[in-house]
Design a protein around this ligand. Sequence first.
Ligand code: TPP
Ligand code: MG
Length: 175
Amino acid sequence: MQRIECMRAIYDRLEDCLVVTIMGAVAAELQTIGHRPNFFYLQHAMGLASSTGLGLALCLPKQKVVVFDGDGSILMNLGGYTTMARYRPKNLVHVVFDNESLLSVGGFPTATSTGSDLEKIAVGSGIPRAVTVRTIGEFISAYDEACWLRLARWEIEAGFLSERALATAGNRARL
Ligand SMILES: Cc1ncc(C[n+]2csc(CCOP(=O)(O)OP(=O)(O)O)c2C)c(N)n1
Ligand SMILES: [Mg+2]
């Protein structure tokens, strides 16, 4: 599974969302699919896309907010999970593209390559719903479920998705 395929698959659904991305490859890939004025590519502040998205979601409760995060980035801000869990805004979906590496700066392996499990960290932090997916179909279903839960005003509306791309050399070269 490729990250750009995931974003392409839900691109139409992002039209009415505020979208916050980390810097680097994720931002570049989303821009490749097509920039929109509601897309914000966070520069330099590694780790803080999730916190930025949380702040937007809390300040604009009627506005849907989607964060596209990375494993290296969220690992720099694990406390962000506990804050997301505390406030769990109904209008926030957090997607983590976990390629087990700092791809944008050369592909150095992150802690998820040696066993750290972001889904378990999220759940342990108190995020009510977190799911790891490995295929495009699973990704779309999980994304839609997170949005549906939000629109249905369930308690578990602070949807969190963790997508683990295959960390093969070929994948890294293409990402
Ligand atoms: C505080 C800080 N440290 C380091 C960097 C350099 N940097 C930019 S992107 C990146 C890697 C991000 O890794 P990840 O979130 O896993 O995304 P990926 O590159 O794998 O898509 C790094 C280390 C930075 N921008 N800011
Ligand atoms: Mg990464």
